[in-house]
Design a protein around this ligand. Structure first.
Ligand code: OAD
Length: 234
């Protein structure tokens, strides 16, 4: 893998777009169809839990009909390279990296296929619906919510992410618009730590000028090409 042995990869909705999962901010994206304040905040869940549960039930059902694409597979292949250390930090709540075979995936915005019990704090694998108020497998309370980080809540495992960035030689951002912090700030953090930075995206993201290099194109083309290049160089 050339000189870049420790790689932190941040992925966003763009990596799953060609699997048929809607992004958030592109034309026709999820935030054009729904208002963030209605479905993705703790206040929305308090005000109208049925609306919020139904929104995530629909997304949970949809994601199980989708398949990983060439970009997910390429990243899993990179992870399997023997002489490198790859961490995939994803803002996505789908499980497509894992289904492509990636093992080292950190879900900073939670997971659609988890339910989180607000009574006992247990997380349970969840493929069905939550609208019918099922009980928590761990404690029996009907207190499950989607295990999704909503606006106003703290993303998961931030210390681990910053630790990985400090050890990294290369930070790569794939398929994210750079609109949501703290993930949008990783490129600046990485640069301050002296880490090489690369952006792979369909179009320039909001923080594009922070990257040492930007390559534009659909993820299913530019991600496998980049992985080939890296593996061949090693
Ligand atoms: P966005 O919808 O904001 O951005 C998607 C990015 O992917 C855009 O920059 C597109 O240009 C790019 N893109 C679209 N199709 C692509 C393709 N085929 N190949 C490569 N790139 C493509 O999604 P995110 O940046 O992931 O948070 O959004 C970040 C967070 O905002 C999400 O995790 C979610 C949302 O609100 C929460 O729900 C907490």
């Amino acid at each position: 893998m050339g000189n870049n042995r420790n790689i932190v990869i941040l992925t966003g909705a763009g990596v799953s777009a060609e699997s048929g999962i809607d992004t958030f901010r592109d034309g026709g994206g999820l935030w054009e169809q729904h208002r963030v304040e209605d479905v993705a905040t703790p206040e929305a869940f308090q005000r109208d839990p049925d609306l919020v549960l139904r929104f995530y039930d629909m997304r949970r059902e949809a994601v199980q009909t989708k398949e990983p694409n060439a970009a997910h597979h390429a990243l899993a292949r990179l992870e399997r390279e023997p002489d490198g250390d790859v961490l995939i930090v994803t803002q996505n709540v789908d499980d497509l990296h894992e289904r492509a075979g990636a093992k080292n995936v950190l879900y900073m915005h939670g997971e659609l296929l988890n339910a989180w019990c607000t009574a006992c704090d247990a997380r349970s694998r969840w493929t069905g619906t939550l609208i019918d108020r099922p009980t928590c497998p761990a404690c029996g309370a009907p207190a499950l919510r989607p295990d999704i980080v909503w606006f106003g809540e703290m993303p998961y495992r931030m210390e681990e992410i910053y630790g990985a960035l400090r050890r990294a030689d290369l930070f790569v951002s794939i398929g994210t618009s750079g609109a949501v912090y703290p993930a949008a700030g990783f490129v600046r953090d990485a640069r301050e730590m002296g880490v090489e930075t690369l952006e792979l995206n369909l179009e320039r993201s909001e923080g594009s000028s922070w990257f040492h290099e930007t390559r534009l194109g659909p993820a299913t083309e530019i991600v496998p090409a980049w992985v080939d290049e890296l593996v061949d160089a090693g």
